[in-house]
Ligand binder design. Structure first.
Ligand code: KG4
Ligand code: ZN
Length: 355
């Protein structure tokens, strides 16, 4: 049996997990910073890295303890190298390097997006897919459409040119005075709303596989807020903060119409790409893949099997990093101790050959 410790600290979760043979979760600890960032309505990088420093030692120790093993039994340590917030990534990487030195274990730097994809290998029961598969990663920081042609082999088809899908959910949640992060709260409100009440824009329906969500967010703001009072220059400085939610607006209807628009565009592009590339399956991963409407529509609009991770593995966790690490470990890849964070690391540069 191969035990991989996965460490994740790229954004606002300090997480660690031990995964056996890339598929079985022996332990999975996530220390969330949601409460810390809630009052800012988004992730505040400086606070995030401090919170990682405070949490990382106990999170990793607990993951190893819960797995019922000691450090000596680990085969390798996998850690998120990027993309993500520099200060946050550094905390995980430096901790992992120290641990790898102390316990004399190989170290693997993992792309966070590859981690999200490998969260799908942690569903039980698991059936190895027939490549190629189409992958839609939709999270707080990313919206990517990829063709996965084998383990560690990706071709990027498109991605967001402005806000990520989860970021759009969070920003609209903020406009609607819903708690952070907005995604799950918008989904809840949408259940009681009319999805056709507002005809929000669906951008870039031009045949490209790129996404754009900032116009949608602006359209929602125009619909739901009263213009702030005060001089124009003062307004410009704090427009987003001081925009007031109109009292006659139905939050449920806006949430439902917004959710319709986002999921329409995600599903439309994924379905088209799936057809064009003749894939056998569609994989969805990342926080937004928890969205029930997205899951339903994806199933309805494509006649292909659609996989998504278990709910607790949609958002950031260490198990997905360990699972991705397992495949790299098996392929004989090692990162060495002198690597740096890669805050903008694109996934298509991950190519490697499985032995
Ligand atoms: O994957 P994740 O932890 O973040 C990044 O790696 O960036 O995903 C968090 C994002 C947040 O933007 C959150 O609002 C969104 O996922 N999210 C959802 C749902 N649950 C979480 N969005 C829509 N519907 C949901 N049910
Ligand atoms: Zn993520």
């Amino acid at each position: 049996m191969t035990y991989i410790l996965g460490i994740e600290s790229s954004c606002d979760e300090t997480a660690a997990a031990v995964v056996i043979d890339g598929k079985t979760i022996a332990s999975n600890i996530v220390a969330s910073q949601i409460d810390l960032h809630a009052e800012h309505g988004g992730v505040f990088p400086e606070l995030a890295s401090r919170a990682h420093v405070e949490a990382i030692d106990s999170v990793v120790s607990q993951a190893v303890r819960d797995a019922g093993i000691g450090y000596a039994q680990l085969d390798a340590i996998a850690v998120t190298q990027g993309p993500g917030l520099v200060g946050s990534l550094l905390v995980g990487i430096n901790y992992a390097k120290g641990l790898a030195l102390m316990a004399d274990k190989p170290l693997l730097g993992i792309n966070h997006l590859e981690g999200h994809i490998y969260s799908l290998w942690l569903s039980q029961p698991f059936k190895e897919p027939e490549f190629p598969v189409l992958v839609l990663i939709v999270s707080g920081g990313h919206s990517e459409l990829l063709l996965m042609t084998g383990h560690g082999q990706y071709e990027r088809l498109g991605g967001t040119i402005d806000d990520a899908a989860g970021e759009a959910f969070d920003k609209v949640g903020r406009l609607l005075d819903l708690p952070f992060p907005g995604g799950p709260h918008i989904e809840r409100a949408a259940r009681h709303g009319n999805g056709t009440a507002f005809d929000f824009p669906r951008a870039l329906r031009d045949g490209s596989y790129d996404f754009s969500f900032s116009g949608l967010k602006t359209a929602v703001r125009r619909e739901v807020t009263v213009p702030p009072s005060g001089s124009r220059s003062r307004r410009r400085r704090g427009a987003e903060k001081r925009a007031q939610l109109r009292s006659d607006v139905s939050v449920n209807d806006v949430a439902a119409s917004f959710q319709e628009a986002v999921t329409d565009i995600l599903v439309e592009k994924t379905a088209r790409a799936a057809k064009e590339h003749g894939v056998s399956e569609i994989f969805m991963a990342g926080g937004v893949s928890a969205n029930t409407m997205l899951r339903l529509k994806m199933r309805r609009e494509t006649d292909l099997p659609v996989r998504y991770p278990p709910l607790n593995l949609c958002t950031d966790n260490g198990a997905m990093i360990a699972a991705a690490g397992y495949f790299r470990y098996e392929a004989g890849l090692r990162t060495g101790l002198d690597f740096d964070v890669l805050p903008n690391w694109p996934l298509s540069s991950q190519l490697y050959e499985m032995s």
